[in-house]
Design a protein around this ligand. Structure first.
Ligand code: FAD
Length: 205
């Protein structure tokens, strides 16, 4: 892992962030992921899911309460993939790019991570110092809503810095945001696997 506290730190625990954590968590037993450390800032108070009623998302029972879904997903992550470190009640304040990796400052601590996945949603303005240079108007939302995204190519903002979910420029639908988080996770797994494409599938016996 080098000199970093984390291999990956996920910032933002909504549809995209939790989905990314689930796929990374499911890979931690693979040989290429041995000793890798993944953390997620579990801040979820501001997730748009908290006010959503889901009727149109694949695999989700119609009438699902978004807030309950979010809580269940966090329990799912905690129980199935306990190696992912859940960092409670901390909010990112600053992400500083260093010669290698990043320094992440929250309201309580300072961490270092080789990679960062930022999934804090498309609400303006961005409140994380160090990210301003990447912010552009959202390309797939109504102009009058003044939504934002980070400039990226296939979720990659800069070396080691990924964006997922609505902040990546995707339209706001649950399954798009969750898919975006999962896509970033598989990109990171592929890097850990020396560029050999990687995904995690469990199979029926
Ligand atoms: C009223 C409403 C109804 C909806 N209905 C539907 C629907 O019927 N069907 C559908 O498909 N979609 C629906 N959606 C959309 C869906 O909820 C969003 O598309 C989805 O939640 C976006 O996921 P995300 O991960 O990009 O952002 P979010 O889920 O909003 O998550 C962002 C996360 O980042 C955290 N965060 C923010 N700042 C920081 C920080 N500085 N540090 C750490 N964490 C931070 C927040 O607390 C939050 O948990 C609805 C949304 C709303 C608002």
């Amino acid at each position: 892992m080098g000199n970093f506290q984390y291999d990956v730190m996920i910032v933002g625990a909504g549809a995209a962030g939790i989905s990314c954590a689930l796929v990374l968590g499911s890979a931690l037993k693979k040989p290429y992921a041995e000793n890798r450390k993944v953390g997620i800032l579990l801040h979820h108070r501001n997730s748009h899911l908290n006010s959503a009623l889901l009727n149109n998302a694949f695999g989700i029972a119609p009438g699902t309460n978004g807030r309950e879904l979010l809580e269940k997903s966090i329990t799912h992550l905690e129980e199935l993939y306990p190696d992912v470190e859940l960092i409670q009640k901390e909010k990112a304040k600053e992400i500083l790019s260093q010669a290698e990796g990043f320094q992440l400052t929250t309201n309580k601590n300072v961490y270092t991570s080789e990679r960062i996945v930022i999934a804090t949603g498309y609400t303006s303005p961005i409140r994380i110092k160090g990210m301003e240079e990447y912010v552009i108007p959202h390309q797939k939302a109504k102009v009058e809503k003044a939504r934002i995204q980070l400039r990226n190519v296939d979720h990659l903002v800069a070396k080691g810095l990924y964006v997922a979910g609505t902040l990546a420029g995707w339209r706001s639908q649950y399954s798009i945001a969750a898919g975006s988080g999962a896509a970033v996770a598989t990109d990171i797994l592929t890097e850990w696997n020396n560029g050999e494409h990687s995904k995690i599938h469990d199979k029926l016996a």
